[in-house]
Design a protein. Structure first.
Length: 208
């Protein structure tokens, strides 16, 4: 049975384009780059025993994080059928096969992650996603996205209204007053050893 979604962006990633993305993004070099990236990020954290990734695709971020946090419990949210099937093959991973906008946090995790996901969310729905990220976290929220000081949309593989850049972390910091910025950094596509897709990461922590 074909599911319907309230936003075109959800339908886009749940459908054939999402399937093609799964096929394009299988590479051990991506895991190596993620290991380098998350090593930097996690060096600013402490005592992480549980992780949830919003929009995990086939789990390349989780595979890297599992090596760095071997004793942590992992969960993932993924809308695409093909990607969720791949996630189900990862040992010890709890998979929520649904849209982020349908996800209801029932427990908190010490490390909540998005990587290249908020950029594809309908801008009108970002406030709801921010709320889910915040409610899912007991300590850290890590956003790894394309940064722009003001909201803007750019073409994505010939598609319009499918990729948006803005200050996602800044909007969360403004919205949730007990979130504080711990650190931030940049991953450059010309890095000689561990290239990333010109992404900016922001690590935030909940304070009492």
């Amino acid at each position: 049975m074909t599911r319907t979604y309230p936003t075109q962006q959800e339908a886009f990633w749940a459908g054939e384009f999402g399937n093609e993305y799964v096929s394009r993004n299988r590479s051990s070099s991506l895991v190596s780059a993620n290991l380098a990236l998350f090593s930097k990020i996690l060096s600013h954290t402490r005592e992480i025993h549980s992780v949830i990734e919003f929009g995990a695709n086939i789990g390349l971020n989780i595979i890297a994080l599992k090596q760095l946090l071997p004793d942590a419990k992992f969960s993932a949210i993924e809308i695409n059928d093909k990607a969720a099937e791949e996630l189900g093959k990862l040992e010890g991973l709890r998979v929520h096969h649904q849209s982020i906008l349908d996800f209801t946090p029932i427990e908190q995790h010490e490390f909540v992650l998005t990587k290249g996901v908020l950029i594809h969310i309908n801008p009108d729905m970002l406030a709801e996603v921010y709320e889910r990220l915040y409610q899912s976290s007991s300590r850290y929220v890590c956003l790894i996205e394309y940064y722009n000081p003001t909201p803007t949309g750019i073409p994505y593989r010939g598609q319009m209204d499918k990729l948006f850049k803005r200050d996602f972390a800044g909007e969360m910091l403004d919205r949730f007053k007990n979130l504080v910025l711990v650190n931030y950094g940049f991953g450059y596509h010309r890095d000689a050893c561990f290239p990333q897709d010109d992404i900016t990461w922001f690590l935030m922590e909940k304070k009492c």
